[in-house]
Design a protein around this ligand. Structure first.
Ligand code: GLA
Length: 695
């Protein structure tokens, strides 16, 4: 029996105790004093003899629960034959541990690595090596199998759909399993790569939470299972199809990493750790994140050189800094049924190539971005005619399309080489600063999602090595490929095709649990909104996109002068505050009025902060409740101003406009405890609050 030991990181302690067939997690949670008596702690939480259990009496819910020892729940490792791994020791440091297991009969070695990283997250991986002499099929290997603390009594699932990503579903855990799986070969809309367990209704500022994420862009799966004993476990890993991970003698399979946050500091604690982690992993950028102008919802496929030159001028006039030509630019692409794969400029639309447009864009001080969807091919394309076997397909079976397209087999080296050459040429021949990299269909009916994801990573990595300054955005029909695997390569994600500001406030709130604001692409859309039909004023639309990487996805030529002016002023506000928004600590605020959504971003030195207080529906009460502003230095004094333009109708209800203009001074403590009462009664009201320390 191994003596209890612990690893610590980011204010979290994990205490392990040895049982004959694998380590038990005796404690996972807030930090423990260095001199904590671990023997006493383990004894205090140990289970005694119970009915209906194997006679060795050992606990079964270890960090590698297995049926071979009598565990009746879902195992952490599943093979195409019965296996039984026994513990083969561990090596631990202060913040990391490697557990070793083996199955001597099958000749298999299994390793679990658990370690804290500077962000405070626990990073875990598992691997299986075949040292035997027969091929072994692997069906499941959890990157993390976590026995949950007993306070974990509710689950949050973040599955959504196209145009409605990251929907927030909370439910109490009862018996059985809550499970999410991504089967479409990309991270997908189902929330399979994100798992959250809480101690009650999820709150922003308080509450115990475990949140886990699989940093992987292919199929994923997680579940939370309640055993008949009342114990619970959470597992997360890559979802494997039978035959997809067959290990020949000498071969090894390693899971993608799972990242896990433990804390008693609410969703904001989860945010703090995941944001810090992504900021460590994100590709470095040359400068601040530029204001995008994206042509898609402005003109869709209605492209011509004069139209785009006009649009470039209109984008420059409102203050955009990057012009993104979205779809429709390549040979024969007049609608979404054709031409994917043919990545050369369409000479009917651009008789002089893309150069005149790029020159105009650059002359106006913007840089240029282009949409591509490299992993796809249209049946009606030169590429498909030349290489009909390059798409994922099963010989002799039909080739069903989605959005009129097929997926290329990125497991094949020649396909990746061809894509590299086409994209490399495009980037060499044009001054392109940014690629919006799309992926608009699931992978079916066949193909290895694993090979596809690995092929995608290899292609992007090769392209980034050749063009390190080109920024890449991950888009998959909106937010269908959002994870830390792609985000260690892509600078940002297109969060959703839904640009409706009310929807976006909800979406950004949920997404921000894992993603910092700077990687969330958010564009000011048209009114009425093309997806929802909702009409919203320009100031509200612009404010909803401000706490993100901001852009514009509407035709400025079709806006009124007043709308253009309001938009211009908000783009200026974004430029003034983007260093703060993109580098500060973001907290969402628990409001007393659930119709108000509020957040604050505080600079790392707490000298400055910016908050957004927004109402999305009509209030029941006639006077809105004060909103408390957390995260400031309680002892410091802050000048509070409300950046203009103010929301018109609400501004008329301000208690003392002159005082707000002059900027009252309040302590961080008063702001956190008493808060600010701004008029927030009417729908579509959004206030910005700027706070600056007065020395
Ligand atoms: C997908 C993307 C959109 C846009 C279109 C272009 O739907 O999510 O943002 O780029 O493709 O066809």
């Amino acid at each position: 029996m191994v003596a209890p030991f612990r690893i610590d990181g980011g204010g979290t302690a994990l205490v392990f105790a040895g049982v004959p067939h694998g380590p038990l997690l005796a404690y996972a949670g807030e930090g423990l004093a260095p001199d904590t008596d671990l023997d006493a702690l383990v004894a205090a939480v140990a289970t005694g003899p119970r009915e209906n259990r194997p006679d060795d009496g050992a606990d079964l819910l270890t960090v590698l629960p297995q049926p071979g020892w009598g565990f009746g729940g879902e195992p952490a490792v599943q093979l195409d034959r019965p296996a039984r791994f026994e513990s083969a020791g561990h090596e631990a440091t202060a913040d990391a541990v490697t557990f070793r297991f083996r199955d001597p009969l099958l000749g298999l070695a299994l390793t679990l690595e658990w370690g804290f990283v500077p962000s405070g997250l626990l990073v875990t991986r598992a691997s299986l090596a075949n040292h035997g002499d027969a091929r072994v099929g692997l069906l499941w290997l959890a990157a993390l199998a976590l026995p949950l603390p007993s306070w974990a009594t509710r689950a949050v699932e973040t599955g959504g759909r196209w145009g409605g990503e990251f929907a927030w579903h909370e439910a109490p855990l009862s018996t059985g399993r809550v499970e999410k799986a991504a089967r479409g070969g990309r991270t997908g809309f189902d929330g399979a790569a994100f798992a959250i367990a809480t101690d009650g209704a999820a709150r922003e500022e308080t509450g115990r939470i475990v949140a886990a994420h699989l940093a992987w862009s292919g199929n994923a799966r997680h579940f939370i299972e309640t055993l008949s004993s009342g114990e619970r476990q959470l597992q997360i890993g890559e979802r494997l199809e039978p035959g997809e991970a067959t290990l020949a003698p000498g071969e090894v399979y390693a899971t993608p990493p799972a990242l896990t946050s433990f804390g008693a500091d609410g969703l904001n604690g989860v945010r703090r750790r995941f944001h810090a982690e992504l900021r460590d992993r994100s590709p470095p950028l040359a400068g601040p994140r530029r204001v995008h102008f994206n042509s898609w919802e402005a003109v869709y496929f209605d492209l011509s050189e004069p139209t785009l030159l006009d649009l470039a001028d209109a984008a420059a006039d409102i203050g955009a800094e990057r012009f993104v030509l979205d779809d429709g630019w390549f040979r024969g692409r007049r609608d979404d049924r054709t031409s994917l794969g043919d990545w050369t400029v369409d000479r009917h639309v651009f008789p002089n190539g893309l150069h005149p447009l790029i020159e105009r864009v650059r002359a106006r001080g913007l840089d240029f971005g282009l949409w591509v969807e490299p992993e796809m091919v249209s049946p009606d394309s030169e590429l498909h005619r030349a290489h009909p076997d390059w798409c994922l397909h099963a010989a002799g079976r039909p080739r069903p399309t989605q959005r009129g397209q097929l997926a290329l087999d990125l497991g094949r080296g020649e396909v990746r080489d061809h894509l590299f050459v086409s994209l490399d040429r495009l980037l060499r021949d044009h001054a392109i600063a940014y690629l919006k990299w799309d992926h608009n269909r699931d992978l079916f009916p066949v193909g290895s999602a694993r090979a596809q994801a690995l092929g995608f990573y290899e292609l992007v990595d090769r392209l980034r090595a050749a063009h390190p300054r080109v920024e890449i955005e991950s888009c998959a029909s909106g937010g269908g490929r959002i994870d830390f695997g792609v985000l260690s390569r892509a600078a940002r994600v297109w969060a959703s095709d839904n640009t409706d500001a009310v929807e976006r406030l909800r979406l950004h709130r949920a997404m921000s649990v894992f993603l910092p604001p700077e990687v969330i692409g958010a564009h000011v859309g048209a009114s009425p909104n093309p997806t929802t039909g909702r009409r919203l004023g320009m100031a509200f639309r612009a404010r909803a996109a401000l706490f993100a990487h901001l852009g514009v996805e509407a035709d400025p030529r079709r806006m009124t002068d007043r709308e253009r002016e309001t938009l211009r002023r908000h783009l200026e506000l974004y430029k003034r505050h983007r260093a703060l928004i993109h580098g500060g600590r973001q907290s969402l605020i628990d409001t007393d009025d659930t119709g108000v959504t509020a957040q604050i971003v505080v600079a790392p030195d707490r000298r400055e902060a910016l908050a957004l207080l927004a109402r999305v529906d009509q209030a029941v009460a006639g006077a809105a409740a004060p909103v408390r502003l957390p995260g400031l230095d309680p002892a410091a004094r802050y000048r509070v101003t409300l950046p203009e333009p103010w929301p018109g109708r609400a501004a008329r209800q301000l208690a003392d406009p002159d005082r707000w203009r002059a900027g009252p001074i309040l302590s961080g403590e008063a702001l956190a405890r008493a808060g600010l009462r701004l008029p927030l009664v009417h729908p579509e009201t959004a206030w910005l609050v700027h706070l600056e320390q007065v020395l």
